[in-house]
Design a protein around this ligand. Structure first.
Ligand code: HEM
Length: 87
């Protein structure tokens, strides 16, 4: 699927951190410069997913710890871009 991700709004890490599943209803996860809304996922309830917390960039964690690939994001929408993502 082709997404025009460069038109998505940009969010800072602090803004992403508010979407950790505790402070607001929205649950967002950063991955490779994009922010995905996983609020409707049964597997991210209250922002926790197998000892990983939403509201942050989890690129490294997915590559190092996850038993799955990034295709788990296929069914979610990118809602934004992360400002100054780690290179
Ligand atoms: C110890 C680390 C992790 C474990 C054991 C784990 C385990 C799982 C399992 C069992 C599933 C459902 C089956 C599947 O789709 O393969 C899943 C889905 C998913 N995982 Fe992970 N995961 C881990 C880390 C991560 C990380 C770091 C991220 C984010 C970067 C992530 C993002 C997701 C997403 C978005 C889904 C899809 C949720 C859904 O379909 O509702 N996972 N994970």
């Amino acid at each position: 699927m082709t997404l025009a991700t460069d038109t998505l709004p940009e969010y800072t890490r602090a803004q992403l951190a508010l979407r950790n599943g505790q402070d607001r209803d929205e649950i967002w996860v950063g991955y490779q410069g994009l922010i995905y809304d996983v609020t409707r996922s049964r597997l991210w309830q209250r922002g926790n997913h197998y000892e990983h917390w939403a509201g942050q960039d989890l690129t490294r964690e997915l590559h190092q710890d996850a038993p799955h690939t990034e295709h788990v994001f296929d069914k979610f929408h990118a809602v934004g871009r992360l400002k100054n993502p780690a290179s």
